[in-house]
Design a protein around this ligand. Structure first.
Ligand code: FES
Ligand SMILES: [Fe+2]
Length: 375
């Protein structure tokens, strides 16, 4: 049996364990380059990726760039105010058209100056009067995109299942917070030396909170108060409850219950978005797998109305920078050790602490079965 076939069989065996006897995955799932290639084909290429927030690009012509696997992308608001996700690859000889973010009337290729409109149509290609070249039918390919609660999503696979099919119960869970009205106050990108699944699992389990974040998070979201919440096809969640005696952290949307105000709901939209929704603060990490041991992480922080003053927003950004640094340090060390022959599958803690990891593995196993084939 090939190594990938062996890991696929192990994944199915893990998924069929009884719910009260959950196990993690062995190190090879996180370190084997051939298994990562298989995941690209079976899971990652057809996933809905969160690219950021709609209000990062509020005006026509506002854009930012992104990359899913091997596909460079431009996320741009058009003259019709619609957000489109276009290929960031020039139709002439393949140069990237844009870098970073900004506002533009047209995307002019830095190589030979072909110019494209905000909808991807080719507007100008100098000295291209060869027979057979029709500028009018030449345009940048577009990708399927949608938005939900203020997040922009994209899927590379034109035949992928619609986004909303993945998570209607998740919407019920976070709808009271009115995430779509939150305004973005911070966005940053980093490269982390870890496997993409390590960050999904790390963000989604409350077991590590008090150990890894004793100063930054333990006071507000101690491990002992973590409670598993809804899960379903394509998502999982848990509530990081606050101790009763902490001061309120902003009132948030009208109609939120007391309990909703006194917790952060951490959710994952598989494969690669993890987020924390609280009454006044919404933090989301978009994970972009680049290699078996490398991801790009884009994280955004958004706030509800004017709930938090400027000083508090700055303090929250600094806090989350610290939290992310604490997690990154652990995950980069973990990645090294997962290469060991002794990185065998270990037991997972109960539902409230690591049940979300089991949900993730069940989802991976379902997609693996659906992909069929020999890997
Ligand atoms: S590669 Fe873009 S104009 Fe030549
Ligand atoms: Fe953490």
């Amino acid at each position: 049996m090939s190594r990938v076939a062996d890991l696929r069989a192990q994944l199915q065996a893990t998924a069929s364990l009884p719910a009260d006897r959950p196990q993690g995955l062995s190190g090879a799932f996180y370190t084997d380059p051939d298994y990562f290639d298989w995941e690209c084909r079976s899971v990652l290429r057809s996933g809905w990726y969160c690219l950021g927030r709609t209000d990062e690009i509020p005006e026509p012509g506002d854009y930012f760039t992104a990359r899913i696997l091997n596909e460079p992308l431009i996320v741009v608001r058009g003259d019709d105010c619609r957000i489109r996700v276009l290929s960031n690859v020039c139709r002439h000889r393949g140069m990237p058209l844009a870098e970073g973010s900004g506002n533009t009337r047209r995307f002019v290729c830095p190589y030979h100056a072909w110019a494209y409109g905000r909808d991807g149509a080719l507007l100008r290609a100098a000295r291209m009067d060869n027979a057979g070249f029709d500028a009018k039918s030449c345009r940048l390919p577009g990708f399927a995109s949608t938005h939900w609660r203020g997040f922009v999503y994209c899927n590379l696979n034109p035949e992928a299942a619609p986004f909303i099919d993945a998570a209607p119960d998740l919407d019920t869970l976070v709808a009271p917070y009115q995430g779509e009205t939150f305004r973005v106050v911070h966005s940053a990108e980093e490269a982390w030396r870890t496997n993409w699944k390590c960050l999904v699992e790390n963000f989604m389990e409350g077991y590590h909170l008090s150990v890894v974040h004793p100063v930054t998070l333990h006071g507000y979201t101690p491990t002992g108060l973590a409670k598993k919440a809804a899960s379903g096809p394509g998502f999982t969640s848990y509530n990081a409850n606050y101790p009763l005696d902490i001061p309120p952290r902003g009132t948030g949307a009208p109609g939120l219950s007391d309990a909703e105000r006194k917790r952060s709901t951490l959710f994952a939209v598989f494969p690669a978005q993890v987020a924390s929704q609280a009454s006044s603060l919404l933090v989301s990490l978009s994970i972009f797998p680049l290699a078996v041991d490398l991801i790009r992480v884009k994280w955004t922080m958004s706030v509800f109305g004017d709930d938090l003053d400027e000083a508090t927003v700055s303090a929250r950004i600094a806090l989350w920078e610290q939290v992310n640094a604490e997690d990154r340090d652990k995950l980069e060390k973990l990645q090294q050790a997962l290469g060991s022959d002794h990185a065998r599958a270990g037991p997972l803690a109960g539902d409230d602490y690591e049940g979300t990891i089991r949900d993730f593995h069940l989802w991976l196993a379902t997609l693996d079965r659906a992909a069929g084939g020999s890997g």
